[in-house]
Design a protein around this ligand. Structure first.
Ligand SMILES: *Cc1c(COP(=O)(O)O)cnc(C)c1O
Length: 391
């Protein structure tokens, strides 16, 4: 039978056709009025997508570049910082902060879990200069409570900046940066905005811009103040990834078009889409007898434990070879234990039902799971969708 290859991975995610066309047509020079018009428009749209009045900066790098920029621009060697980690991406904050000479306090929770705000409160010191966390820890499919941490920092009058990797939080989770008082929100292009890898972006609060005036960690390519200055003139400091910026513009147009041109409302619909698909997936997986890995499941991606005695790689491989569906295994020490299915970006009902049907096939015919038959996964998914559609 024909098998179409389809990505169900939490970055890169499936590409929006309109963005692909925009990329192919983006044969323009970056020091021209055409590019300046494009860049200024995309930066303004991106603010609406993030949902902030703060300036947003685009960098030509994968998401980690913007994570690094927020460490190098906002800390000085010896600064005390707090990292909240419960997965591979949380560990990246620790590694980055150490690489830039920070004195790092770490709250580390087991994979699949999230933090207790009381623990965060206890770990905060008077001299804590910054707190780093994920909105959604993609390696474990877990949501963390950004609003709770933001509130806590306000409550205790902390001077710490709150720096959030929202690379899979944006477009999947309601995030109100300005109202909550988040200082930096980091995003990446290959996630909910439906374009290829290669761009990262970050929204930066006034408080964080002020902090940058006094920090002295080394930075050059990722100097945010330089980028901000150039962005005001519709340019970037160095040659930008022009084609990806054109693609991003097309994707943001598409998101706005979901709500008659209102980008904020379109983003809310995108968030809702991910949440409904995530719920369909969770209920289908539980009905198949699988256990969810996370105690606080993320709408960006669902991490599912393989049944006892089954290597999760078998499920990943069966979906790929039999159905062309690409899902991801666990990362690092979670490899073999779990598989992950993405919901962020350009996924719809048909994609979701097809994947769940394929998973059901694998459960029935490859794994021969007890108490599972055709329909076991699909019926609950249908119900979740029908309930959401009736709202
Ligand atoms: C994808 C992702 C990143 C960025 O990874 P890159 O490979 O540098 O793009 C960072 N944090 C989270 C939570 C992610 O999902």
């Amino acid at each position: 039978m024909i098998r179409k290859t389809r990505l169900f991975t939490p970055g890169p995610t499936p590409l929006l056709p309109a963005a692909q066309f925009a990329m192919a047509a983006a044969d323009i020079h970056h020091r021209t009025p055409e590019f300046r018009a494009l860049y200024s428009r995309v930066l303004a749209q991106l603010k609406d997508f993030v949902g902030t009045k703060n300036d947003v900066i685009i960098l030509s790098s994968s998401g980690t570049g913007a994570m690094e920029a927020s460490v190098s621009n906002l800390t000085s060697p010896g600064d005390r910082v707090l990292v909240l980690t419960a997965g591979k991406f949380g560990e990246r904050w620790t590694a980055l902060a150490k690489a830039f000479g920070c004195s790092v306090d770490v709250i580390s929770k087991p994979y699949g879990q999230t933090f207790d705000l009381n623990e965060v409160k206890e770990a905060l010191k008077l001299e804590t200069r910054a707190v780093f966390m994920q909105a959604s820890e993609t390696s474990t499919g877990t949501s963390h409570d950004v609003e709770g941490v933001a509130k806590l920092l306000k409550e205790v009058n902390s001077e710490a900046l709150l720096i959030v990797d929202a690379i899979t939080g944006l477009g999947t989770t309601p995030l109100d940066m300005d109202a909550w008082g988040v200082d930096v929100l980091v995003g990446g292009s290959q996630k909910a905005v439906m374009i290829p890898p290669g761009l990262s972006y970050l929204a930066v609060s006034e408080r964080a811009w002020e902090r940058m005036e006094g920090t002295y960690n080394p930075r050059y390519y990722f100097d945010l103040r330089k980028e901000r200055k150039n962005a005001k003139n519709g340019e970037s400091a160095y040659t930008p990834a022009v084609a990806l910026i054109a693609a991003l513009g097309a994707a943001l147009d598409y998101i706005a078009a979901q709500a008659d041109g209102d980008l904020a409302a379109g983003r809310a619909k995108l968030v809702d889409n991910a949440q409904v698909i995530a719920k369909m997936t969770r209920e289908a997986c539980v009905a198949l007898g699988f256990k969810l890995f996370s105690t606080s499941p993320s709408p960006a991606a669902t991490a599912v434990l393989a049944p006892e005695g089954v290597d999760s790689g078998v499920i990943v491989k069966a979906l790929k070879t039999r159905f062309g569906a690409i899902i991801t295994n666990g990362q690092g020490e979670m490899k073999g234990q779990l598989f992950r299915i993405a919901h962020l970006g350009f996924f719809d009902f048909l994609d979701t039902m097809a994947l769940l049907a394929a998973l059901e096939q694998v459960a029935v015919t490859d794994l021969k799971l007890p108490n599972v038959q055709f329909g076991t996964a699909l019926i609950p998914a249908q119900k979740v969708f029908a309930e959401a559609a009736a709202k």
